[in-house]
Write a protein that binds this ligand. Structure first.
Ligand code: NAD
Length: 478
């Protein structure tokens, strides 16, 4: 039976079509999920609306928090199962999938604790007035999630939205969503009431579009590509639905000559190979001050030469890409770069027994890439690192800020003045000094500027986005 998750039950979808979920490690079908449609979305929104109006919004914050805490504990209990699902479905080496299973539980734990600590303010005003602000939930929030981090991205937007008192409808990515299908069941087992969390699988242009278009959805959190983010914004504007956009990146790591290379090299490698480069905040550009450029290139190339790529179950450094078209997409960037004469300084190795049907691509380091080249400007979404030398701090800033994106940046230097100057001048939603956080830090507000999106998720800050401020002015007689 084709099913969607509504009112805490798997119910029959209005569509008889299915979408095959492939195992990226060997190209076989793991299982089918429903190709949900607009009627399914409508049923899910009605369920969420009913739950919002009848109990969820009025539940004391402390009780909401206790429920979310129970969800976090349930997710911890089922960590092994969620790890396996995420690993098979996304092609993530088991250790990376486990990190995601731990992260989703932590999101629920963090926002459970935040529920009864989030409040409005009082404002000094004219004599005879008490003015206060309330942080009210939007109502029904729609969540469009991509395939690259189903557990983590579901956790970060849904846990925060629920904590703020919203009820949710989720449309997961069509390339990987099996872990999320289990998470909604675990939330029910933990005691989350019916209607609070609903889920419709399906394609973006069908179920996703229907969710954004729905007149009774009060807020959309969208995580995905800049192109679809633009579409979503346009469609949402028809009903003036507020939208949070978490989009792509081309994040720079800026390395000055006094950087600690022992810390730098493993961090640079991790930041590009994590999830085989299919990470919005991957560190894809390596900007290095000229005096240490050759040394850094040779150390990164040496580290790349030890990287093993293979099936998720082997828990190597890198798994496959998500699907065949993604593999072709990455290959086309590599081929174009080679055609333009760009030089490969290092690459990883494909495991000899990697299954034929898997979507594998070796990590590659390109050197001396002109900052204007598309390999240095566009989001490849694969394990391709570009190295660019620079001579001055001003030039480093210009190159770092010279793409359409602004998600994450890092600066490697021990000069304190430079650390502060650079943190100010680099245009990004997060700046790391002498470290790099691709996707880490549940407590740290995260989000982009420019084509990387707007609005913030993660941390306490997310709760502002998932609520609306109401100002209440009460006049009294002295
Ligand atoms: P995508 O934009 O193709 O799809 C993302 C989601 O949007 C999917 O669930 C898809 O079904 C849905 N969608 C597609 N068309 C839609 C439409 N017309 N209306 C409504 N929904 C629609 O992106 P993707 O390929 O799944 O993910 C990769 C992109 O996501 C990259 O650009 C990456 O940087 C970005 N991303 C950003 C973050 C972040 O936090 N900033 C995190 C992960 C991924």
């Amino acid at each position: 039976m084709n099913t969607i998750y509504i009112d805490n039950n798997w119910v029959e979808s209005n569509s008889s079509d299915v979408i095959a979920m492939l195992n990226p490690s060997d190209g076989t079908v793991l299982r089918n999920v429903s190709r949900g449609n607009a009627q399914d979305i409508d049923a899910a929104v009605k369920s969420a609306r009913h739950a919002f109006e009848t109990h969820w919004a009025d539940m004391p914050a402390v009780e909401r928090g206790r429920l979310l805490y129970k969800v976090s504990q349930k997710l911890i209990e089922h960590q092994d199962e969620l790890t396996q699902l995420e690993s098979d479905d996304c092609g993530k080496p088991t250790a990376q999938a486990r990190a995601d299973a731990i992260a989703i539980a932590r999101y629920f734990e963090f926002y459970a604790g935040a529920c009864d600590k989030f409040h409005g303010e009082t404002i000094p005003y004219q004599s005879g007035f008490s003015v206060l602000t309330w942080r009210e939930p939007h109502g029904v929030t729609g969540h469009i999630v991509p395939w690259n981090y189903p557990l983590q991205i579901f956790g970060r937007c849904v846990a925060a939205a629920l904590a703020a008192g919203n009820t949710c409808v989720v449309k997961p990515g069509e390339d990987a969503c099996l872990s999320i299908l289990r998470v909604v069941e675990l939330a029910r087992e933990a005691g989350l009431p019916p209607g609070v969390l609903n889920l419709v699988t399906g394609y973006g242009h069908e179920a996703g579009d229907a969710l954004v278009k729905h007149p009774d959805v009060d807020h959309i959190s969208f995580t995905g590509s800049p192109a679809v983010g633009t579409l979503v914004t346009q469609v949402a504007a028809v009903h003036h639905t507020p939208v949070t956009l978490e989009l792509g990146g081309k994040s720079p790591q800026i390395v000055f000559s006094d950087a600690d290379l022992d810390e730098l090299i493993p961090t640079v490698v991790r930041a590009i190979i994590q999830n085989t480069g299919q990470t919005c905040s991957a560190g894809t550009r390596l900007l290095v001050e000229r005096p240490i450029y050759e040394k850094v290139i040779s150390l990164v190339a040496e580290a790349f030469s030890n990287i093993q790529v293979g099936p998720a179950s082997q828990n190597l450094d890198c798994g496959p890409l998500i699907r065949k078209t993604q593999l072709e997409h990455v290959k086309s960037y590599v081929q174009a770069a080679l055609n333009d004469g760009l030089k490969v300084a290092g690459s990883g190795n494909l495991a000899p027994d990697a299954p034929e049907g898997g979507f594998y691509h070796k990590p590659m380091l390109f050197r001396d890439v002109p900052a204007s080249h598309k390999l240095a400007r566009e989001e490849v979404f694969g394990p391709i690192l570009v190295a660019i030398p620079f001579d001055t701090e001003a030039e480093a800033v210009e190159i770092a800020n010279g793409t359409d994106f602004g998600l994450v940046a890092s600066v490697w230097t021990n000069d304190g003045h430079r650390q502060h100057r650079m943190a100010r001048r680099v245009k990004a939603g997060q700046v790391y000094i002498n470290n790099y956080g691709a996707g880490g830090g549940i407590e740290l507000p995260f989000g982009g500027i420019k084509a990387s999106g707007h609005g913030r998720e993660k941390g306490f800050e997310a709760l502002y986005g998932f609520t609306v401020l109401k100002t209440v002015a009460i006049k009294y007689k002295n």
